[in-house]
Design a protein. Structure first.
Length: 220
């Protein structure tokens, strides 16, 4: 079945697709990426054995526009306590339609990115886990400006929206969440400190100091 609609964003397109799907299992896939042929069989077998599984993803190849593998990525997987800290699955993954219906699908108001992560938080909020198949079964094509790159430009607006919308979930794991945020702040501060002590920074500061002095004199 091929469905046409005006561009309402990725979340809307996915919701329409899932709602019209007749199968019990949903595989989300963007047009420029692809799974290896064995992924579906292996994922469905896991679902059939373990009823606690909500999302199945895999280790992934990162490929360029030419189709060459330039890197790889291994999602962390796990339960909601891991998912609230970072997205622990790929944007393309497999889940069950019944679970999709329970949480209302993707948030169609999120058109700037991170909509898959927000959906996964709701999907796992009442239990379940992400399983990562430890094989390179997904191929993600990374362009010059991917959806993730665009989302990072408005990252803090998106984070604020996700935190506020799922406030009760984050409250449930308050200690873990605050520890994660504080460790990130500490890491960033340490990186800044390293930068300030580098010889290149000190040389640059020395070269620019006369110009800063002149600017101060001219502008009073």
């Amino acid at each position: 079945m091929l469905i046409h609609q005006e561009n309402k964003g990725q979340s809307s397109a996915r919701n329409i697709g899932v709602q019209n799907a007749t199968g019990a299992f949903i595989l989300v896939l963007d047009s420029d990426d692809y799974f290896e042929p064995t992924f579906c069989q292996k994922a469905i077998e896991i679902f059939q054995v373990d009823k606690n599984v909500k999302i199945i993803t895999s280790k992934s190849n990162i490929i360029n526009k030419k189709g060459d593998v330039v890197d790889s990525f291994n999602p962390k997987g796990g339960d909601i306590s891991k998912m609230i800290l970072n997205n622990t699955a790929m944007g393309s993954c497999m889940f069950k339609k019944v679970d999709f219906r329970k949480v209302g699908g993707y948030d169609e108001g999120m058109r700037r990115g991170f909509e898959d992560w927000e959906f996964y938080i709701r999907l796992l909020s009442n239990g379940g886990e992400v399983v990562v198949i430890q094989e390179l079964l997904f191929n993600y094509r990374k362009g010059i400006e991917s959806t993730t790159t665009r989302a990072n430009k408005v990252k803090y607006d998106l984070l604020k929206y996700i935190y506020n919308k799922n406030e009760k979930v984050f409250q449930r794991y308050f200690n873990d969440f605050t520890s994660f945020l504080l460790s990130r702040i500490e890491r960033e501060e340490n990186e800044k400190l390293k930068m300030y002590t580098r010889i290149e920074y000190k040389i640059g500061l020395f070269i620019l100091s006369p110009f800063r002095f002149l600017k101060k004199l001219l502008h009073g």
